[in-house]
Design a protein around this ligand. Structure first.
Ligand SMILES: [Zn+2]
Length: 294
């Protein structure tokens, strides 16, 4: 089944909700990066949030990068998305092997660690990118993202992200929601929303049973709303030979010369999709010429 993202607003305008299923996206990430269970869950939560935050952007040319690093065994997790909600990402160490946490769940907080920051970089086509950064709350990612919205964007926000795995380690269900309260929100609506959010124990159970519509109904239970957008989302990398050629040119002529002399060829691997790009000697010499002549 395709992954779906829905954006809706309560009819009184006081609440905006993003929710999505990312089962296929997270499974694709797991296969690409060969992640162990706790890394699948951590990367999956980041990809789910990244997709929703991508669709918050205004222009097709904008992009958003989320990064978390709490000095835990997983190292950095990086995801990139844009207004399409399509997303890609990777973790520094996909082979993290941790036992369950005190609640018997995959120990995402333990893998990420809490000694560090959660960072959002938005490339909005301006001279400098927007950078927002908050200290990590607990490394579970959902709370860290909620904290980012509260402190960096001054928007009260609840975030729930879930990844449920089968015994084989494959992704059974994944998805989540980001719900935000606007400044002029009515007390009654806020109370309703709070009750709805608190009543949700597991987003992945809801997704498994009733899909994206089930999740939407639970968050917006007893609140009138209008769906503004519903679309398919997927794991998508936009790497190509031209981009990697530019990366090689950016190394500078000395480094390119060294590669030609010492290796005679170069193999570059995309971090996001593991696609390999080979450059032979002639191609590298061509790239060297471009580096010399600008
Ligand atoms: Zn790629």
């Amino acid at each position: 089944m395709e992954d779906i993202l829905i954006r809706c607003v309560s009819n009184d305008g006081s609440i905006r909700l993003f929710c999505c299923t990312t089962t296929k996206i997270v499974e694709e990430a797991r296969v690409i990066h060969n992640t162990y269970p706790v890394a699948t869950a951590a990367l999956g939560r980041m990809l789910t949030a990244g997709s929703m935050m991508g669709t918050m952007l205004k222009s097709e040319k904008d992009s958003i990068t989320l990064q978390i690093n709490g000095k835990g065994p997983i190292g950095s997790i990086i995801v990139v998305s844009d207004i399409s909600g399509d997303v890609r990402g990777y973790v520094a160490n996909p082979y993290v092997d941790l036992g369950p946490n005190a609640q018997g769940k995959l120990d995402v907080g333990g893998a990420v660690g809490t000694d560090g920051t959660f960072t959002v970089i938005k490339d909005l086509g301006l001279k400098e990118p927007y950078v927002g950064q908050v200290p990590i709350v607990n490394g579970e990612i959902g709370d860290d993202i909620a904290s980012y919205f509260v402190y960096s964007e001054q928007t009260p926000t609840a975030v729930a992200l879930g990844v449920k795995l089968a015994k084989t380690g494959a992704v059974d269900a994944a998805g989540g929601f980001i719900v935000q309260v606007m400044p002029d929100a009515d007390e009654k609506t806020i109370d309703l929303l709070e009750n709805n959010v608190l009543s949700i124990k597991s987003v992945t159970d809801i997704i498994s049973e009733n899909g994206i519509k089930g999740l939407l109904d639970r968050v917006m239970n007893n609140i009138e709303y209008t769906v503004h957008e519903e679309k398919k989302i997927s794991y998508r990398c936009n790497c190509n030979r031209n981009r990697l050629e530019k990366a090689l040119i950016a190394l500078g002529k000395e480094d390119i010369k060294e590669i030609i002399e010492e290796q005679g060829q170069a193999e570059l691997v995309c971090h996001f999709c593991n696609k390999k790009y080979m450059f032979n000697k002639e191609e590298l010499e061509d790239i060297l010429n471009k580096a010399i002549n600008g």
